[in-house]
Write a protein that binds this ligand. Structure first.
Ligand SMILES: Nc1ncnc2c1ncn2[C@@H]1O[C@H](COP(=O)(O)OP(=O)(O)O)[C@@H](O)[C@H]1O
Ligand SMILES: N[C@@H](CCOP(=O)(O)O)C(=O)O
Length: 326
């Protein structure tokens, strides 16, 4: 029998790598997915929004599967679930939709059974599934994360994003699966390229931690993945080469792409020029792309009970309408 308990989780999107920090640096962004989960007598899904149209509505759904992993880990049995989800995070574009689904599903499932698992355990379980800690860390902890995965455990440091940092994402219309964008990577690198990336990744971490926005442009350069992925994203090479001349502090492929992410100083006066440059350059290469101004998101996935003490008793859809309007 269902105990009637329900939880809701709001989980942010993320951008991984930030240029040189391949599989280690990530940042949460102000673009969200909302998940409601409750124990049920029969499993059912209510998926809303354009991004959810091709997502499975049976027990093969990622949210259902990760919830069962959490219950197994905690030693409890909750076989039937009612799951609602709305997401504004585009799928397969390099903004961490799979990581947000994994983290959102795990955090919701854990909250539903009284939070027996620590966030650190959830981080390890999510990283084992996603295979790299950069997106899942950002969606779980918020802010900027630096993480290292040894195959069974991820160590992580969270950095508070600099106050003045703002992001412009350029989201091409086409999809690019992370698995496909990993297939084009070389199996080995020269020491010179490894040093190039280690030094910039370290510099970028230091620059973000100390608010040295002036160093971001030089620090975001990469020789480990972007040169190999540029053939998959027409226009990317030109955009990466020239965006800093149009007001960007720095620019990178977001995660495995095809989205590109430019960082700007909030007070930058050439934001319109940058947006026009990015859109037109992509269009000149045959790519239509949508732009969005986003903020670094300082909080990670948050769960709250739906019915407890009369709090949060509005319907999932009414809650979404209020959240997305505001
Ligand atoms: N809410 C969700 N429910 C089920 N599967 C999802 C959900 N969100 C994402 N996914 C899965 O994750 C895939 C996208 O992951 P990936 O290729 O890593 O790209 P990205 O994480 O950058 O959006 C989707 O094609 C889909 O299979
Ligand atoms: N470090 C990974 C990040 C993939 O991010 P996604 O948002 O594209 O899933 C990589 O670069 O492959």
């Amino acid at each position: 029998m269902s105990n009637g308990r329900k939880v809701r989780v709001k989980v942010p999107a993320s951008t991984a790598n930030l240029g040189p920090g391949f599989d280690t640096l990530g940042m949460a962004l102000s673009l969200y997915a909302w998940i409601e989960m409750g124990e049920a007598e029969q499993t059912g899904f209510h998926l809303y929004g354009d991004e959810m149209k091709d997502v499975p509505r049976d027990k093969s759904n990622l949210i259902y599967k990760v919830a069962q992993m959490v219950f197994d880990e905690a030693g409890v049995s909750v076989p039937e679930l009612e799951i609602s989800m709305y997401s504004e995070i585009p799928l397969t574009r390099g903004l961490g939709s799979s990581a947000s689904a994994i983290i959102g599903g795990m955090v919701a499932a854990n909250a539903l059974i009284g939070s027996p698992l620590s966030n650190e355990r959830i981080f390890d379980m999510a990283t084992a599934l996603e295979k790299h800690p950069d997106n899942v860390g950002a969606s779980l902890f918020g802010g900027i994360i630096c993480a290292a995965w040894d195959g069974s455990h991820a160590d992580v440091i969270r950095i508070e994003p600099p106050e003045d940092l703002e992001a412009l994402v350029v989201i091409p219309e086409f999809e690019l699966a992370t698995s496909k964008a990993r297939e084009v990577l070389p199996s080995s690198l020269t020491v010179a390229d490894a040093v190039y990336n280690i030094s910039r990744s370290s510099l970028l971490t230091g620059a973000l931690a100390s608010g040295r926005l002036d160093l971001i442009g030089a620090a975001m350069r990469d020789r480990l993945h972007q040169p190999y992925r540029s053939a998959l994203v027409p226009g990317m090479e030109a955009v990466l080469a020239e965006a800093t001349q149009h007001g960007a502090l720095g620019i990178a492929l977001s995660g495995a792409g095809p989205t590109l992410i430019a960082f700007v100083d909030r007070s930058e006066s050439r934001k319109g020029e940058l947006e026009a440059f990015l859109t037109e350059t992509m269009r000149n290469h045959g790519i239509e792309a949508q732009t969005k101004w986003l903020q670094p998101c300082r909080t990670g996935a948050l769960a709250e009970s739906v019915n407890e003490n009369g709090m949060q008793n509005q319907s999932f859809l009414d809650m979404i309408k209020g959240e997305v309007r505001s």
